[in-house]
Design a protein around this ligand. Structure first.
Ligand code: TPP
Ligand code: MG
Length: 586
C-alpha cells in the first residue's frame, strides 16, 4: 500500500473511478485536493451557484450513466446543494456529493461556516459516509462511488476539512461492478404465464429500462407480444418513438393514445418503473389506469413493488435482464395475444393518428381565461410554438425540461428515438433544474445538441449558469418561454381563486438582452414562422462553441393545471375573508 496524503488518496480514488469532470465552487475547505485535479487529469468546472453544480452533476450522470460529482465549501456551499441533491434523488441519478465540513477540532463551537451536514442530507441521499479520520479517506470515497451506482441515487461523502491533511498507507479501490439478475425463476414463470394468457398486454417502459440499457430487450418483448408500449411519466426516451408499438407517455400532459390503449389492457407489464403516483393520475378527463388488469411490476428496488398500485406479480430485478428472461420464456409458446395482433396494431395506429390530429388542431387552449388573454395578443400560442420546436428538433438531441405550465405541456411534443435523451426535473419538481442539468449533459456528451426548455420564472432562478456556459465553453441552446408570469401557479388562481392574482405576474427584462450581456447569443422570437430556423441555427452554433438563449414571446394562456388532484375551492369562515369564497362550478 503506497504512502500518500489524504488529498492524494481522495483524488486517486476519483481517478480510479474514472472521474473526468467535477462541478462546484472553489473553497478553502478542499483546496488541498483541488490543487491536484489538473495533474490528475480531472477538469474542475466552476459554476455560478452550487445548486447549478449539483444539477450539472445530475445531468452529466443521466446522459452518460457514469457518476456525476460535485463539491463545495463547507457550510453555505454545502447547504446550496440541498435542492439539487433532492432532485438527483428522485431522478435516481448516481451523483457523489462531496461535502467538506468544518474542522473536527472545533466542531460544535460555532466557528465559521459550520452546520451539521449529515442530518440535512439524510432523507435525500441513498448513502452517507463520514470520514472521521484521514486514514479512511480512500475507503469511504470508494464506498460512496459504489453505493451511488448500486443504489442509483446520491451518495454523500462528508469530510471534516482537516482530514484532507495527513499521511497514511492507502489502498486505492477499483469500481465494484455489480450486475443485477432478472429476478427469481418463480416470479418470472408466473409473469410469463400471465403474459402468455393476456389478450391485450400493454408494457409501461420506465426509467429502469433506460438505466439498464434495456431498450432493445424491451422492444423484442413488445414485438413478441405485439404489445403497445407506453412511456412512464417524463421518461419519453424509454422506447423509440419511431417504433410502430410506441404510444407515447402516460401522466400529466401525456399522450391520449397511450392512455386509451392502456385502459384496454388485461395485463400490464410495468418494466423498470415505480409507477409513481403523480405519473398515473387521470389526465385529459381520462381515468385510464386499468383497475381490473393484472399488473406485473419489475423494479430493481424491492421497496417499490406494489407501493403505489396493486400488483399481481412483483419481480425484483434488472429491467433489461427481466425483459430478456421473459422473452426467453415466451419464445415458442402459444400466446393468446397473437390471435388479435393485427387488430391491435390497427387500434394502435388509429389511436396514434387520432392523437396527432388532435394535437395538430389543438393550436391554443380553449378555456375562457386563455381565450380572453390570447385574444388580440401579438404573441404566439404556446402549443403552436412547441409543435414548431418539435419539428425542428435535431436528431440525437438531448432535451431538459423545467417545471412550469408550458414545460409540462411540452410533454406531448417531446419524442425520442434513443435513450438518455430526456432530462426532466422529475418528481422533486423544482423550478430552475433544466439549464444546469443540460449543461452537465453537454459536458458528458459534447457531440450531441443540448437543449433546455425553461419558463421565464424558472429562468430567473437559473440563468446565471449561462455564465458557466460562456466561461467554460459549454455550448447549449436554451428556449425561454416568455409569458410574463409564473404560469403554472397562476393557473391555480384562475381555476380555484376567481382569478385573484397574488405573486404570479412577472415583469421581466428582455432575456435575449440579458443573455447577450452575459456573453451568449440572445434572440427574441415572436413569430411562429421564425422558430424552426432560429432553433436549428442555434443548435448548429453549438458546434462552434456558441450558447444561444432564444426567448420566445408567448401569450399568457395556460394548459391544464398540475395539481388539480390536490387543490380545493376555498371555504372561508371569518367575515373578514368571506368575500374570497369561491363556489365550485357544477
Ligand atoms: C423551486 C421551486 N419554487 C416554486 C415552485 C412552484 N412552482 C411550480 S411551477 C411554477 C411556475 C413556473 O413558472 P415559469 O417558469 O414562468 O413557467 P410557466 O408556468 O409560466 O410556463 C412555480 C412557481 C417550484 N416548483 N419550484
Ligand atoms: Mg412563465
Amino acid at each position: 500500500m503506497p504512502r500518500m496524503s489524504a488529498s492524494e488518496a481522495f483524488v486517486e480514488t476519483l481517478v480510479s473511478y474514472g472521474v473526468k469532470d467535477v462541478f462546484g465552487i472553489v473553497g478553502s475547505a478542499y483546496m488541498d485536493a483541488l490543487d491536484l485535479f489538473p495533474a490528475a487529469g480531472i477538469r474542475f468546472i466552476p459554476t455560478a451557484h452550487e445548486q447549478g453544480a449539483g444539477h450539472m452533476a445530475d445531468g452529466y450522470s443521466r446522459v452518460s450513466g457514469r457518476h456525476g460529482v460535485c463539491i463545495a465549501q463547507n457550510g453555505p456551499g454545502i447547504t446550496n446543494f440541498v435542492t439539487s441533491t433532492a432532485a438527483a434523488y428522485w431522478a435516481h441519478s448516481p451523483v457523489v456529493v462531496v461535502t467538506p465540513e468544518t474542522g473536527s477540532a472545533t466542531i460544535g463551537l460555532g466557528g465559521f461556516q459550520e452546520t451539521e451536514q449529515l442530518p440535512i442530507f439524510s432523507k435525500i441521499t441513498k448513502y452517507q459516509a463520514h470520514v472521521s479520520k484521514h486514514p479512511r479517506m480512500a475507503e469511504l470515497t470508494a464506498r460512496c462511488f459504489d453505493m451511488a451506482m448500486s443504489e442509483r441515487g446520491p451518495a454523500q461523502l462528508n469530510i471534516p476539512r482537516d482530514n484532507f491533511y495527513g499521511e497514511a498507507d492507502y489502498e486505492i479501490a477499483t469500481p465494484r461492478k455489480l450486475k443485477r439478475g432478472p429476478g427469481s425463476d418463480e416470479s418470472l414463470d408466473e409473469a410469463a404465464d400471465l403474459l402468455a394468457r393476456a389478450k391485450f398486454p400493454v408494457i409501461v417502459s420506465g426509467g429502469g429500462v433506460v438505466f439498464s440499457d434495456g431498450i432493445a430487450e424491451c422492444v423484442a418483448l413488445a414485438e413478441e407480444l405485439s404489445a403497445p408500449v407506453v412511456n412512464s411519466y417524463l421518461h419519453n426516451d424509454s422506447f423509440p418513438a419511431d417504433h410502430p408499438l410506441w404510444c407515447g407517455p402516460l401522466g400529466y400532459q401525456g399522450s391520449k393514445a397511450a392512455m386509451k390503449l392502456i385502459a384496454q389492457a388485461d395485463v400490464v407489464l410495468a418494466l423498470g418503473t415505480r409507477l409513481g403516483p403523480f405519473g398515473t393520475l387521470p389526465q385529459h378527463g381520462l381515468d385510464y389506469w386499468p383497475k381490473g388488469a393484472k399488473i406485473i411490476q419489475v423494479d430493481s428496488d424491492h421497496k417499490m413493488l406494489g407501493l403505489v398500485k396493486q400488483i399481481s406479480v412483483g419481480i425484483v430485478g434488472d429491467a433489461k435482464e427481466a425483459a430478456k428472461a421473459l422473452s426467453y420464456r415466451l419464445a415458442n409458446r402459444k400466446l393468446a395475444s397473437s390471435a388479435t395482433a393485427a387488430e391491435r396494431k390497427r387500434t394502435i395506429r388509429a389511436e396514434k393518428d387520432a392523437w396527432e390530429r388532435e394535437l395538430d388542431q389543438w393550436t391554443h387552449e380553449n378555456d375562457a381565461w386563455s381565450l380572453e388573454v390570447s385574444n388580440g395578443s401579438p404573441y404566439m400560442h404556446p402549443r403552436q410554438m412547441l409543435r414548431e420546436l418539435e419539428r425542428a428538433m435535431p436528431n440525437n438531441a438531448m432535451v431538459s425540461t423545467d417545471i412550469g405550465n408550458i414545460c409540462s405541456v411540452s410533454n406531448s411534443y417531446l419524442r425520442f428515438n434513443r435513450p438518455n435523451s430526456m432530462f426532466a426535473a422529475m418528481s422533486f419538481g423544482n423550478c430552475g433544474y433544466a439549464l444546469p442539468a443540460i449543461i452537465g449533459a453537454k459536458v458528458a456528451a459534447p457531440e450531441r445538441p443540448a437543449v433546455a426548455y425553461v419558463g421565464d420564472g424558472a429562468w430567473g432562478m437559473s440563468f446565471a449558469e449561462i455564465l458557466t456556459c460562456v466561461r467554460e465553453s459549454i455550448p447549449v441552446t436554451a428556449i425561454v418561454f416568455h409569458n410574463k408570469q409564473w404560469g403554472a401557479e397562476k393557473k391555480n388562481q384562475v381555476d380555484f381563486y376567481n382569478t385573484r392574482f397574488v405573486g404570479v405576474n412577472l415583469n421581466n427584462p428582455s432575456w435575449a438582452e440579458v443573455a447577450r450581456s452575459l456573453g451568449a447569443e440572445g434572440i427574441t422570437v415572436d413569430k411562429l414562422g421564425d422558430i424552426g430556423e432560429t432553433f436549428e441555427k442555434a443548435c448548429d452554433a453549438q458546434k462552434r462553441g456558441q450558447t444561444t438563449v432564444i426567448e420566445v414571446m408567448v401569450t399568457q394562456e395556460l394548459g391544464d393545471p398540475f395539481r388539480r388532484d390536490a387543490l380545493k375551492y376555498p371555504a372561508r369562515l371569518l367575515d373578514k375573508y368571506k368575500h374570497t369564497n369561491v363556489t365550485a362550478p357544477v
